[in-house]
Design a protein around this ligand. Structure first.
Ligand code: ACO
Length: 348
């Protein structure tokens, strides 16, 4: 496959003697397990189709009344516990299913976590949101604006799925993951070594919730309720996902001087196991080095990367001292990659 080179503005990471270092990781999944069989009872689909076309076997959906901020709060509390801290200088929350269009979800989560009046804001970069949020938190640390940042990725896609649409309903799950970043040295295990980020708004319509934002006003008050549902042109998105994450990962590895064969663990956005295989093959990373948990949780959008990291650690697939490459892709289009040498941490 031909892959475009991702343009980037260069990176300050590792060049100023100060880096953002991973100190804690926590996750949360809502209790309601939804199997492929359950979905097959109401949709024209089957466990066999979902498993073979996506790799997904089950996902978790929040109960009515549970919002993204509730999942973010749980994951954030676990990340603070994992890091052994009870205060941070900022909270960055990646989500495309915020509690409300206004205000942001992060201030409420920060307040509920007892973090006081620290700056707290949302990032809307869809499934690439967590990598964008890591870059924002790390930038605050590297610039000296903060010494410790809580970065959360949380979603409740079940609230925006059209229950009658088999193209999207079978794919997405709810969940949250969070990390604590702290100021340290670029040589510390857990230092975020660099970032490659990008977007292509020319394809914004491939993944969209048409209504619910300021564009909706021009559609009049009789706007079709179905326009509040999530839509995705799956086949085209598949190609962009492989192309963009492939180019972004390759650009990052090149800048780091990491040979693909030296990557111990590859943590790609958990959208489709076929995408992860295509990416591994394209990059020249053994398929068995890819962390896969989408079979358990589906595509959890901005929560995907931290949930996959925790799964990798829990199952022994990610160990301290290993080189970990992370890459994500989502609506926007947006994409982003980062990398670290895995630190000694306890996942909660
Ligand atoms: N059950 C049974 N049949 C289905 C289902 C289903 N759940 N969904 C679609 N089909 C049918 C389609 O209707 C189509 O039938 P037709 O040929 O009669 O028209 C056939 O299966 C093939 O459909 P495709 O869309 O071509 O299926 P594909 O193999 O591409 O798989 C999928 C669809 C899983 C969505 C895949 O394209 C994919 O994973 N895309 C990438 C998703 C992604 O990367 N998302 C990341 C970003 S998401 C975000 O940012 C929020």
């Amino acid at each position: 496959m031909t892959v475009e080179t991702t343009e980037h503005a260069g990176s300050a990471f590792g060049r100023q003697g100060r880096a953002a270092v991973l100190r804690g990781l926590g996750t949360y999944l809502p209790p309601r397990l939804v199997t492929n069989e359950e979905l097959s009872r109401t949709l024209d689909t089957s466990d066999e189709w979902i498993r073979t076309r996506t790799g997904i076997r089950q996902r978790y959906w929040a109960e009515q009344g549970t919002a993204t901020g509730d999942l973010a709060f749980e994951a954030g509390a676990r990340a603070l516990k994992s890091a052994g801290v009870d205060a941070v200088d900022a909270v960055v929350l990646a989500t495309s299913t915020p509690d409300h269009p206004c205000p942001g979800t992060a201030p409420d989560v920060a307040a509920r976590l007892g973090l006081g009046t620290v700056p707290a804001f949302d990032i809307a970069a869809v499934c690439a949101g967590f990598v964008y949020a890591l870059a924002s938190g790390a930038s605050m640390i590297v610039s000296g604006l903060a010494a410790r940042v809580l970065v959360i990725g949380a979603e409740t896609y079940s609230t925006i799925l059209d229950p009658a649409d088999r193209n999207t309903s079978v794919i997405f799950g709810d969940g949250a993951g969070a990390v604590v970043l702290e100021a340290g040295s670029p040589d510390d295990p857990g230092a975020l070594l660099d970032f490659d980020l990008g977007s292509d708004g020319g394809h914004k319509d491939l993944i969209t919730v048409p209504a619910g934002g300021s564009r909706q006003r021009s559609e009049g008050p009789e706007s079709d309720p179905s326009r509040f549902f999530f839509t995705m042109q799956g086949k085209q998105v598949f190609t962009h996902a492989v192309t963009r994450m492939g180019a972004s990962s390759a650009a990052l590895l090149d800048r780091l001087g990491w040979d693909p064969a030296s990557v111990d663990r590859f943590v790609g956005h958990q959208a489709n196991v076929r995408i992860l295989h295509a990416l591994s093959d394209h990059l020249g990373i053994d398929r068995d080095r890819a962390v896969v948990n989408l079979d358990q949780v589906g595509n959890t959008s901005a929560a995907s990367i931290p949930l996959a990291l925790a799964h990798g650690v829990d199952t022994g697939g990610i160990k301290a001292g290993e080189r970990v490459l992370m890459t994500a892709f989502g609506g926007g289009l947006t994409w982003g990659s980062t990398a670290m040498v895995w630190p000694e941490i306890n996942v909660v």
